[in-house]
Design a protein around this ligand. Structure first.
Ligand code: BES
Ligand code: MN
Length: 458
């Protein structure tokens, strides 16, 4: 008798070409959630997934409407009451593609170059989502699934999942499960598979500063009027101290410190300062004093200016004193910081520091909480062994600087831990032009998920 794992992996290898065709199909749908204009395309991606689940033999497939973009649900419960139930999470929306002129090939005409497929959403996360489904198909076609499955695929992850937590809260019974699986994180390199055990949260804001009621001649009025651009820059400059610490009042109050054992583990992280210097091209590193780069990225909160706008930015010169200025600012949060608290802290900061000569407003946008998982759970062990079976070495345990806010919601609302992994690489250009996915790692990922599902059932 042959081993069902070997059979499933054999099937996956034989069907690799077809799996890739399906990835190309899904990646050619421009499901950009940030733009109202793309709504039809996002719906098309939802329909594609619903059909795909149907063709895999899943049951109870539903496309749940939300006030925003829909959630695709499906299930397969024939493993019986004694088998565990895994909830597979994914998002089928993608980031915008601009600046379009920097793409070598069209973002929605997937192209294979060398070991990579290039397309928006290939790595974040259409490819990763399909890993989880391809492994299921491989097992179903060669033996029997050893566990029950539920699927929740959302179309709003890239805009902060505004409708997902309410959906989870409303459908607790339908979504009842033993563990959630989130294949939306990454590996460190093709040789270093990873399990992500912590993700940062996010609080996103926009600050607008208003001065005169229209743009002024900078000679006629400069000297008499406070320039809103200057004022905004001063406010932003004051948001960090010389130690690189964020100065919003109370910002660190709830920050969960790094325990010494974890600190020791992070000290052996296989990627360090050299990597970040070369990968970014920045002339030097920067961060909160007293912490290593790896700690700063995963275990400490940060504040970033995402964009600045004011006055004249065209070609040549124009002597203008602008009427207004605005900045997009986000903070990455760690357990147990709350986005709502951070908005309040920013409000207090502005109340304290904004000068009388300008008016300002703070607009709070989407946010999400950080999460941390138990590194020793049986579920994480099952994934760890699965990755080891394929890569022939244990995975690295990582804290992720990016955010997938649903992970905390799974803990909070469904009471389950999430296994976060994935096969996207740090240099895959996630959210940037020329997003790509490393195909050899993607195929290995399918093999690893086959092992993982069998391990979960043991
Ligand atoms: N897949 C990413 C999260 C991620 C980033 C995982 C880097 C691993 C490495 C996810 O799609 C994402 O981009 N999330 C947003 C969340 C936000 C819009 C709420 C992020 O981190 O900016
Ligand atoms: Mn993303």
């Amino acid at each position: 008798m042959t081993d069902p794992r070997t059979d499933a992996i054999q099937y996956a290898h034989t069907n690799a070409g077809r799996f890739l065709e399906q990835l190309k199909q899904l990646s050619s749908i421009p499901s950009i959630s940030t733009s109202e204009n793309s709504k039809g395309e996002v719906l098309r991606a939802a329909a594609w997934l619903a059909n795909h689940l149907r063709s895999l033999g899943m049951a109870n497939i539903q496309i749940f409407e939300t006030p925003g973009l829909p959630i695709v649900y499906g299930e397969w419960l024939q493993a019986g009451k004694n088998a565990p139930t895994a909830l597979v999470y994914g998002h089928y929306d993608v980031q915008p593609v601009d600046p379009l002129n920097l793409w070598v090939s069209d973002p929605f005409s997937p192209e294979i170059r060398g070991d990579y497929i290039f397309a928006r959403g290939s790595t974040d996360m259409k490819g990763q989502l399909l890993v989880a489904l391809d492994a299921i198909e491989a097992i179903m076609q060669t033996s029997q699934l050893p566990l029950n499955f539920k699927f929740v695929f959302e179309g709003e992850e890239e805009i902060g999942s505004p409708n997902l937590a309410p959906f989870l809260a409303e459908h607790k019974d339908l979504l009842k499960c033993d563990v959630a699986i989130n294949p939306d994180t990454g590996a460190l390199s093709p040789d270093i598979p990873c399990i992500t055990y912590a993700l940062r949260g996010l609080a996103y804001m926009e600050i607008r500063v208003f001065g005169p009621d229209h743009d002024l001649h900078s000679g006629v009025f400069g000297g008499a009027i406070l320039n809103p651009a200057q004022s905004l820059c001063e406010l932003i400059a004051g948001m960090h101290d010389v130690q690189g610490r964020v100065t919003l009042p109370g910002f660190y109050d709830k920050v969960c410190p790094i325990d010494p054992q974890e600190k020791a583990e992070l000290a052996h992280f296989p990627i360090g300062d050299e990597y970040y210097l070369t990968a970014t091209g920045a002339p030097g590193l920067y961060g909160e004093a007293g912490y290593t780069t790896v700690e700063r990225l995963g275990a400490r909160p940060t504040l970033e200016v995402n964009g600045l706008l004011s006055g004249f930015t065209g070609e040549g010169s124009k002597t203008v004193l602008p009427a207004w200025a605005m900045a997009k600012i986000s903070t990455r949060l760690v357990p147990d910081q709350q986005p709502a608290d951070v908005y309040q802290q920013m409000q207090s900061y502005l109340e304290r520091h904004a000068p009388q000569s300008i008016r300002w407003s703070l607009i709070t946008m989407h946010g999400g909480s950080a999460s941390i998982s138990d590194r020793n759970s049986v579920y994480i062990q099952a994934m760890s062994k699965a990755l080891e079976a394929v890569w022939h070495k244990p995975p690295v345990f990582k804290r992720e600087g990016g955010s997938v806010p649903v992970v905390l919601d799974f803990q909070r609302l469904l009471g389950v831990e999430t296994v976060n992994t994935g096969f996207s690489m740090l240099d895959d250009n996630m959210h940037s032009p020329n997003e790509k996915l490393h195909l050899p790692s993607w195929y290995r990922g399918i093999d690893a998920f086959i092992h993982f599902y069998f391990n979960l059932a043991q």
